[in-house]
Structure formats: C-alpha cells, structure tokens
Design a protein around this ligand. Structure first.
Ligand code: FE
Length: 340
C-alpha cells in the first residue's frame, strides 16, 4: 500500500495530538494539606490553568502525617502542605518525605527558609511580633523579646501556651541565640510577668489588651491583617501598636508555612513542577495577598497592607537550626511551669 507522505504526516500529527491529550488528561498532583483551601487553592488553580496538570487536594486539620505513614509506599499523595517548622520537621522525622533536589527551588527560596537536605521548603514567611497597647505603652518603651523579661512588665504580658508551635519555635530561637540556660531564665521571667494564665490563640491576646487585661502580647504579624479585615475584630487591632522586635540585634523571629515531597510521590515530576511554580513570583505574590504573609522569594512586591506595616530586619537564623532546639524549648516550657 502506498500512502502519500502528506497523508502520513497528517496521521502522525493526529496520533501525537491524541497521545498528548491523553497524557494531559491523566496528569495530576495529589496534595495532603493542613492549610485551609482559601490559602492555597487559588495558586493551585493558576497552576492547573497554566500547565493542564490537575491538583487534587485532601484537606484536614490533623492526622495527615499519620495517614502518610499508614499508607506507606501505596500513598497517592505527592506533596504535603503545612504551617510551622514544627510540622514540617515532624513529617521528615516520620520518614514520609523525600528530597526534592531542584535548582529552581534552591534559587527561589532563601537558605534559612528551606531544609539543607531538600526535605522541606518554606513558601511564606511570618514574623512573630510584639503588640503593645496604644494607651498604656509608649513607643520605644519595648523593642526586644529580651525586654519582656524585665520586671517593668510585671503583670502586663499576655501570651498563649508556651507549648503552642509558634511559641515553641520562638523559645527555640532564643536557645539558638543565647544558649539553653539563658533561654530558660528568659522564659521564667516572661512567665513571672504574665497578667494571666496562658490561654487562647494569638488574636485572643490582642483582644485582652483592648479589654485592659494586659498591655503587651506576642503574635504572628498576619493576624493584624486578619483582625483589620474582620468587622468584629478591627477594634482589637486598632488598640495596639505593632513592634517588629530586635531591629538593633539579630532581627525579628520568623517562621514559615511550607511543603514537602512525599516519599511515595507517584507523580513526582508534576509535584516538583508545582513546588517550583509556588516558589515563583506570581504564586508568591498571590500568597502574600491571600493571608498577609511575606513572600519568601526576594524581590517579590508586597501587597499594600504589608507595605503599610513597614520594612524590617528579619532574623536570618535557619529554620533548620530552630527545629533542632524545638524539643529542648518544649521541655523548658514544662520546666518553668509556663502554662500553670
Ligand atoms: Fe496562624
């Protein structure tokens, strides 16, 4: 049989087109996420729009690392998303991750915000700041974490539990900067200055300042944005000044939300494509707008609200180093009876 070359070429083109469509239809990334849909779905949708790769997400508040452990090599998950260095390192320690050795990830994400062994990557950064009553604390009166240990603040500080991941990471950073003995003394002194038994979340501390229960508190910066945007909480935010601590020394303590490639990762290549996409300019900008968190990628423009908070010096202590002191930090909280 003699088929004209033009017809052959057309048939070949059709086969390629069919194969591409078929491959495309099957292209997915499966995600397990501790982060809520509104925080990540817009970026996943943008990724699918650009690449044709579908992103399937299982959202849960807890149990995802355990689920990965149980599923083992059969897990359909490619990526896990979570906030806080604590949970990222928990995933690594549980043995459910694998390194994602990508030059693009290494370029986009500064070294302090990623694991040196490529096991986890930070996607957004959050500053753990101080807030102080506009009425009862003068600007400049309080400027460092270390200040909180001063007797001047006796009966004037509110915080959440020292066993909470955000507080554990801050204490771990204090250990990294000052050593365990000094960090213990600091935590003991802050405890002695508390206005009430530790309770509630970050926002509850700001409410307590407005109500006159205390004068200063420690919170993650993005809660200021969230409170300002909430008609019932805007007054809480309006009652305090924001202080980015330790500008004259090591800078403000930072934490991340981030991601890790799972050990099983059936769609490994697509997963790494998504990781890189999320670390790039567009997604980084979207993240910052979504949750008022800071982009980790340098040079990405900040949305107006973050700009209004002002520029500041961030601690460049590696999160991996903070992670190494988390256990000791948590034990110090017990030792000084912080939550009692
Ligand atoms: Fe939070």
């Amino acid at each position: 049989m003699n088929v004209p070359p033009r017809k052959l070429a057309a048939i070949a083109a059709l086969i390629v087109a069919l194969l591409t469509t078929w491959a495309h239809a099957g292209e997915v990334v499966n995600v397990y996420s501790y982060r809520q849909p509104f925080l990540i779905k817009p970026m996943f949708d943008a990724f699918t729009g650009e690449t044709g790769i579908a992103v399937n997400v299982v959202y849960a508040k807890k149990g995802l690392i355990e689920r990965l452990s149980h599923e083992g090599a059969n897990s359909p998950a490619d990526l896990i998303f979570t906030a806080d260095i604590g949970r990222l390192t928990d995933a690594v320690n549980a043995g459910v991750t694998q390194p994602a050795r990508s030059t693009a990830l290494k370029t986009n994400i500064p070294p302090q915000y990623r694991d040196p062994d490529y096991q986890w990557f930070g996607l957004t950064a959050r500053a753990r700041i101080l807030v102080a009553s506009k009425d009862r604390v003068q600007p400049g009166e309080l400027s460092t974490y270390e200040d909180l240990a001063d007797p001047e603040w006796k009966g004037r500080i509110c915080t959440r539990s020292a066993k909470n991941a955000y507080m554990v990471a801050l204490t771990a950073a204090m250990i990294a900067h000052h050593g365990e003995a000094q960090a213990e003394q600091w935590l003991r002194s802050v405890k002695a200055n508390l206005a009430r038994k530790p309770q509630g979340n970050d926002r509850a501390q700001v409410k307590a300042i407005m109500e006159g229960v205390c004068d200063v508190a420690i919170i993650n910066h993005y809660y200021m944005g969230k409170m300002m945007a909430d008609k019932d909480q805007a007054a809480w935010a309006a009652s305090v000044n924001m202080i980015y601590p330790n500008q004259e020394s090591y800078g403000t303590h930072m934490n991340v939300s981030g991601m890790a490639l799972t050990k099983s990762a059936p769609n490994r290549e697509n997963a790494i494509k998504l990781m890189v996409y999320l670390s790039d300019e567009l997604a980084q900008q979207m993240y910052a707008e979504q949750n008022f968190e800071y982009p980790v990628k340098q040079g990405v423009p900040w949305p107006g609200l973050l700009q209004s908070f002002g520029s500041y010096k961030a601690d460049d202590l590696a999160l991996a180093e903070i992670a190494r002191h988390r256990r000791a930090a948590s034990m110090l909280a017990d030792k000084v009876g912080y939550d009692n």
